[in-house]
Design a protein around this ligand. Sequence first.
Ligand code: AMP
Ligand code: ZN
Length: 117
Amino acid sequence: MTETDCIFCKIIQGEIPSTTVHDDELVTAFRDINPVAPTHILIVPKKHIEDNNAFEAGADDAVAARLFAVAKQLAQAEGIAESGYRLIMNCGSDGGQEIQHLHLHLIGGRKMQYPMG
Ligand code: AMP
Ligand code: ZN
């Protein structure tokens, strides 16, 4: 998938609406359209990185660090930092990745079991 037909690139460029909860120079975050828990936010690099395999060590280090920093910040803002939450990054077919633009799911607000199907 290229940037031109990528749903998340279109959201980043404002061509598709989303419920934005965070925006900075490296990442944006918006609510998942099909939430699986009371809090379900996708934290997305502005750079079109297809998946974890496409991460470039060195060049993308700041992006990786920011994804986790924003996850912590949003967990606090959502009031789930203490109760707990799950961070999920799916990669590839067996990982269940549907959108080929890397993203971190921040999921919380209910008790979850590990592993899941
Ligand atoms: P994944 O399977 O890890 O690639 O997750 C893709 C996620 O994107 C799913 O949880 C979808 O519900 C979500 N999603 C798909 N389209 C949109 C959209 N337009 N706005 C917000 N979330 C979306
Ligand atoms: Zn993209």
